[in-house]
Ligand binder design. Structure first.
Ligand code: PLP
Length: 361
């Protein structure tokens, strides 16, 4: 032990991130519904691009990601010069904290917000500030009240993980307009594609100088294992983030696969429709078993049990049957289980098991 060697302040306050479980000892035929993955995986076009990328493994990748940025810009109607790509949207969140928040600065997020906001704030030496939600929904007034001269970043996931709830464009606009002048509003759109007709806040970004969006290929695109995300915002902010981005942060394989994936919007639309259909079936089936949930706009349901003990008992029962869902006590929701919307067979399997747990034949 060498007491003279110490990490930067804040680092030891970081609790290690625990991902969704992927295996259960001694159980085969495991069904993983714990990480909000697309049950159908990526599109065939993305898989073909992935396979073709093997021919380029000896080449360094592009440093400016021009082709992927152009594809994203064309599909979403954006300015390619203001798109930045990263190793998952996690990396864009990290860049934002590193670039804009340091000692004595505050990073604001909500009570049941994504854990990486706190981790990235602490890693940058900043102070995380957690704001209460109202009925598991972002409370704009509470956020505005928590902001002050030290606030540098405000993170909102819309829809939010793990609650699945979202707030209206008018509420987001009120938040952007009410922030102190030095604060950036970050709209985390990891689940935006699951919402029919939702622009994820793009209109707001185009009309403001203080709003940035993050997006991911990990959810509807089914590429969580490959780690690709992107951000969009004012040129001035994206230029800053590019200064701390490693020049080769994305491989040829990541870039080519993501480009093919984003150009295949037919696949995205099919996945969105299928998710919406199975999500309402799952929510309804759970409600009939006496397990309520808030209306989810994402690819998971936050099932609310009577008590933390019942949620834990149900989780253990499901694990014995080879079903992995997500405990969300670390999100301050100990009485809940987050269940990813799977394909029809998976949804039926999990509902059948929960019915058995509840003693319903
Ligand atoms: C709200 C939210 N934001 C961001 C991410 C990060 O996604 P990735 O780094 O895979 O792009 C996740 C992943 O679960 C998420 O739930």
């Amino acid at each position: 032990m060498n007491d003279a060697i110490r990490p930067q302040p804040g680092i030891m306050d970081i609790a290690l991130y625990e991902g969704g479980k992927a295996a259960i000892a001694g159980v085969t035929n495991v069904l993983k519904l714990s990480s909000n993955e697309n049950p159908f995986g990526p599109s065939d076009k993305a898989k073909d691009a992935f396979a073709r990328s093997v021919h380029n493994l000896h080449r360094y990748p592009s440093t400016d990601h021009a082709n992927l940025r152009q594809a994203i810009a064309e599909v979403h109607g954006l300015d390619a010069a203001r798109v930045i790509c990263g190793v998952g949207s996690d990396e864009i969140i990290t860049f934002l904290c590193q670039a804009y928040a340091g000692a004595k600065d505050e990073v604001v997020f909500t009570e049941h917000g994504f854990l990486m906001y706190r981790i990235s704030a602490l890693a940058a030496g900043a102070t995380p500030v957690e704001v209460a939600e109202r009925e598991r929904t972002t409370d704009v007034d509470a956020i505005l009240k928590a902001c002050n001269r030290r606030t540098k970043l405000v993170f909102i996931a819309n829809p939010n993980n793990p609650t699945g709830t979202m707030i209206s464009a008018a509420e987001i606009e009120r938040l952007a307009d009410g922030l102190p002048p030095q604060a950036i509003l970050v709209l985390d759109g990891a689940y935006a594609e699951f919402v029919e007709g939702f622009d994820a806040g793009l209109a707001l970004i185009e009309s403001r100088t203080n709003v940035v969006m993050t997006r991911t290929f990990s959810k509807i695109y089914g590429l969580g294992g490959l780690r690709i995300g992107w951000g969009y915002g004012p040129k001035q902010i994206i230029d800053v983030l590019n200064r701390i981005r490693g020049p080769f942060n994305l491989s040829n394989t990541q870039l080519d696969t993501a480009e093919a994936a984003v150009r295949d919007q037919d696949y995205v639309n099919r996945c969105r429709n299928d998710n919406a259909r199975m999500r309402s079936w799952l929510a309804q089936a759970l409600a009939e078993l006496g397990i309520p949930s808030d209306t989810s706009l994402a690819n998971f349901i936050l099932a609310r049990f009577a008590s933390p003990e019942e949620a834990e008992a149900c989780d253990l029962f499901l694990q014995k049957q080879g079903l992995i869902v997500r405990r969300v006590a670390s999100y301050k929701l100990p009485q809940c289980l987050r269940i990813t919307v799977g394909d029809e067979a998976s949804c039926r399997r999990v509902v059948h098991a929960i019915a058995q747990f509840k003693g319903v034949k």
